[in-house]
Design a binder for this molecule. Structure first.
Ligand SMILES: Cc1ncc(COP(=O)(O)O)c(C=O)c1O
Length: 413
């Protein structure tokens, strides 16, 4: 059984994040922009500091103590990532710079090898641009058809269309696990089963799910899963692509250069084995090692605990925000969403709203959140978004709601 989150536990967690002690003007920081990037605990900062102070060297290359230490620390993170998502083997963990690079890697390797005229790639209208643009770019070159599962006004995938959209022509179904605008948590099992029925492969964008809830790639039978370190308490510049072994073995390399080869001759080259085949050049060593410390930190708490805490905060925020006059929440009710809420408030521009909240120390996001098609669906250019994480409190949600009411008063003068 998962223990109910307790606020004194959250206070202890907050003490691990130095930035949360900051003031913005005269106000305590209330950081509610976690879907954009999360804050970092001392354990991550310390690990990266130690790496540079004590172990810094290039990986996989040197036969000297520092290089061997750096290599062991870097390679050790594969096992941690594998445990986080229950991957069968750590060799199925490819280090990337983040979700965007992971999707581009799959598009340019698996996609180039498997897609052509007559084939279809099915994505959804609620994708982040990083799961739209790489497919559009590839489509222009390879001539396959890109199709989209529409969304309902409630902000769910309109699965009544699935039978028409997912056919034997579909080679890949690529979708976001948890939407970064609507909050919607999509039914992965159902979508994977539908893809399997027509022989399509599945790529899941876990940027907003892996940091916030347990995700099990074996139980969900996912072919490719991508996520970013910086949204799960780790540093920027690192991320993970998980892939099924047989797919990774068959895929050609992504970038060419050092480390991804076994042998280079003037007449040609032979590729290194998986995962190194996909990691050309000097990788983000300190960042990957820092990401490993973030995995340790989250796993010590348990992803089920993190999820429960966010569900509690989201349920509370949803209820309170629903009571603010003129506030329109985008997306479904709290039962079907992750830990974020995007909204509009009357005709106040989200940027003005965000600036007003900032003057009270409250950080939210305003804009299209790199998901313009979602905003097009609702015929709006932008929204404001509050997104929660393990260190956020009910009191911060109260501050958000009170500040919104105050902003509304000011803007209506
Ligand atoms: C759902 C989703 N997918 C992909 C991304 C891209 O992540 P990154 O910028 O770390 O590559 C984001 C970032 O906001 C996201 O929310």
């Amino acid at each position: 059984m998962i223990a109910q989150p307790r606020m004194d536990q959250v206070e202890q967690i907050r003490a691990d994040f130095p930035i949360l002690q900051r003031k913005i003007g005269n106000n305590r920081l209330a950081y509610l922009d976690n879907a954009a990037t999360s804050q970092k605990p001392v354990a991550v900062l310390q690990t990266m500091d130690d790496y540079y102070r004590l172990h810094n060297a290039n990986v996989h290359r040197g036969v000297h103590t520092l290089s061997e230490e750096a290599t062991a620390l870097y390679e050790g993170v594969r096992g941690k990532a594998a445990r986080l998502i229950n991957a069968p083997h750590e060799r199925q963990i490819i280090f990337t710079r983040g979700t965007t690079e992971g999707i581009n890697l799959v598009a340019n390797t698996w996609g180039r090898a498997n897609l052509g005229p007559g084939d279809e790639v099915l994505i959804t209208e609620m994708e982040h641009h990083s799961n739209i643009v790489p497919w559009q770019m590839l489509q222009q070159q390879l001539g396959f058809t890109l199709r989209y599962i529409p969304i309902t006004d409630e902000g769910l995938l309109d699965l009544s269309q699935l039978g028409n959209l997912l056919t034997e022509r579909t080679k890949l179904l690529a979708f976001v696990h948890a939407s970064n605008v609507l909050g919607t948590v999509n039914p992965v099992e159902q979508l994977v089963a539908a893809a399997r029925a027509v022989g399509a492969r599945v790529l899941v964008d876990g940027a907003q799910s892996v940091p916030h809830m347990p995700v099990d790639v074996q139980a969900l039978d996912i072919d490719f899963l991508v996520f970013s370190s910086h949204k799960l308490c780790g540093p920027t510049g690192a991320g993970v692509l998980y892939g099924k072994r047989e797919l990774l073995e068959e895929m050609p390399p992504f970038l060419g250069g050092g480390d991804m080869i076994r042998e280079v001759r003037l007449t040609g080259s032979r590729w290194n084995s998986v995962p190194h085949k996909f990691e050309a050049g000097t990788p983000s060593i300190a960042e990957v090692i820092g990401m490993g410390a973030a995995f340790d930190y989250l796993q010590a708490l348990g992803m089920a605990w993190v999820h429960k805490h966010e569900q509690m905060l989201t349920g509370y925020a949803y209820e309170r925000l629903s009571q603010v006059e003129g506030l329109r929440i985008l997306g479904p009710g709290p039962e079907q969403r992750g830990g974020l809420i995007a909204f509009t408030l009357g005709d106040i521009h989200p940027h003005d709203l965000s600036a007003a909240l900032d003057s009270e120390g409250i950080a939210i996001r305003a804009g299209h959140h790199c998901a313009q098609p979602v905003h097009d669906h609702y015929d709006i250019a932008a929204s404001a978004r509050a997104s929660f994480y393990l260190y956020n409190t009910v009191e911060e949600v109260d501050r958000l709601c009170d500040a919104l009411v105050k902003a509304q008063e000011i803007f209506s003068l």
